[in-house]
Design a protein around this ligand. Structure first.
Ligand SMILES: [Fe+2]
Length: 406
């Protein structure tokens, strides 16, 4: 007991202990919020369950400090009366939470260190397009969260246009070199104004992709649905435009959204796969399906898909990866997590509304034959990006050299 007491009463050790405690507490409660916001729960209820997180984030450091002052006193006593025993237990709870948080954080670091770059994947080109510079002004509308848009170092108006190359042994020869434009999470709300989106969409079309996909979170305000006309409505690709919706769309009536997207030539990717044939060789086929769970629909089924078809899944949340693996999906495209929106030095992203926390915040992952691409998305409900630029991606799919010829 004595060494612990000694440690606690030494000021530098106490400061280090407090810093570790604050970090562990913050990681524990942000992990709680991440899991909470991954669930199929309406936002009003979510906000109620967020209260413990908010309280713990604000009061946690003070409670830890108070416990640091009180615990040594209790631990020095040779005998504690029942009240003091209860007090000791209560003061220990924040340290237990902090210890769990620090353990989870260390696992996160280990996972980051051992994570390998997926074989056959390469970022070939990355260009930042400063929309503010192009327009000559910062395109801010009348929407909420105005205080965030002008924060220093906010990168919300300067997205990255990334070109990425992938190799797949299962890609039919007729699709070798296929260029897929992956758009996600535009979040039409009104704070970031329409000219921002129109500029980004105009720039995307310059890529002249073969196939365009959108992986959900289209609107945050139903009045902004008409923005699709001069954005999504301007895109076209020889093999078509496919989309799914996300949790932010689910908070609205989705029928008008789906109706308008269909009028603009976008095909809804449902649970049943649809087939895209190669113009060069019609026998070469991509089976494309959508997964809007846990908010809408059922799990897609690839059971009826021919053996030689390339399996492409659009899933708003990357959390559906276990199902994608089980169904031998070769490429899964997701968004939803926005890269965490703010990436801290050393720690990286902290908030990511996923059951897996920040694990799939953004990037490319390969798990048991399934490649997962998680886009950081074009925007977000909160117009804030720090060290985490918005993103659109052009994915070039190549047939691996060792592919079985057929
Ligand atoms: Fe989103």
């Amino acid at each position: 007991m004595l060494p612990i007491v000694t440690l606690m009463i030494e000021p530098f050790s106490a400061l280090a202990l407090l810093a570790g405690g604050v970090l562990g507490n913050a990681w524990f409660w942000s992990s709680y919020a991440n899991r909470l916001y991954s669930l199929r729960v309406r936002s009003k209820i979510l906000d109620r369950f967020r209260i413990p997180h908010d309280l713990a984030m604000v009061s946690g450091p003070f409670i830890l400090l108070l416990s640091l002052l009180r615990l040594p006193v209790l631990l020095q006593r040779s005998r504690l009366n029942p009240i003091e025993q209860i007090e000791l237990g209560l003061w220990s709870i924040p340290w237990l939470i902090a210890a769990i948080g620090l353990f989870a954080l260390s696992l996160r670091f280990v996972h980051r260190i051992v994570r390998r770059k997926p074989p056959g994947y390469q970022l070939t080109r990355s260009e930042v397009v400063d929309v503010e510079l192009q327009l000559g002004h910062r395109p801010i509308g009348a929407g909420p969260y105005q205080s965030l848009v002008n924060l220093p170092a906010n990168q919300a108006f300067a997205p990255e246009f990334n070109e990425k190359r992938f190799e797949f042994a299962a890609l039919p020869a007729g699709f070798d070199g296929l260029r897929v434009l992956h758009i996600s999470d535009v979040h039409f709300l009104g704070t970031i104004d329409l000219p921002f989106y129109e500029t980004v969409f105009k720039q995307m079309q310059l890529w002249k992709p073969d196939l365009i996909v959108f992986t959900g979170d289209l609107i945050d305000r139903k009045e902004k649905l008409n923005w699709v006309d001069t954005t999504f409505g301007t895109l076209s690709a020889p093999l078509g435009c496919y989309y799914i919706l996300g949790n932010h769309d689910w908070h609205h009536n989705c029928d008008p959204i789906r109706g308008r997207m269909e009028e603009l030539g976008w095909t809804l990717c449902a649970e049943e796969p649809q087939f895209i044939s190669s113009p060069d060789n019609p026998q070469d086929v991509i089976a494309i399906a959508g997964d809007e769970r846990p908010w809408m629909g059922e799990a897609p089924s690839f059971e009826s898909v021919p053996e030689n078809a390339f399996r492409l899944l659009l899933s708003h949340s990357p959390d559906n990866i276990a199902d994608a693996r089980r169904q031998n999906v070769q490429l899964m495209l997701s968004g939803h997590n926005h890269g965490g929106q703010v990436k801290l030095p050393v720690l990286g992203p902290v908030y990511s509304p996923s059951w897996y926390g920040v694990r799939y915040a953004d990037g490319v992952f390969q798990e048991q034959g399934t490649t997962l691409h998680v886009s950081r998305g074009v925007s977000g409900k909160h117009p804030l990006r720090i060290r985490c630029r918005p993103e659109v991606s052009l994915l070039t799919l190549n047939r691996a050299q060792n592919a079985v010829h057929g």
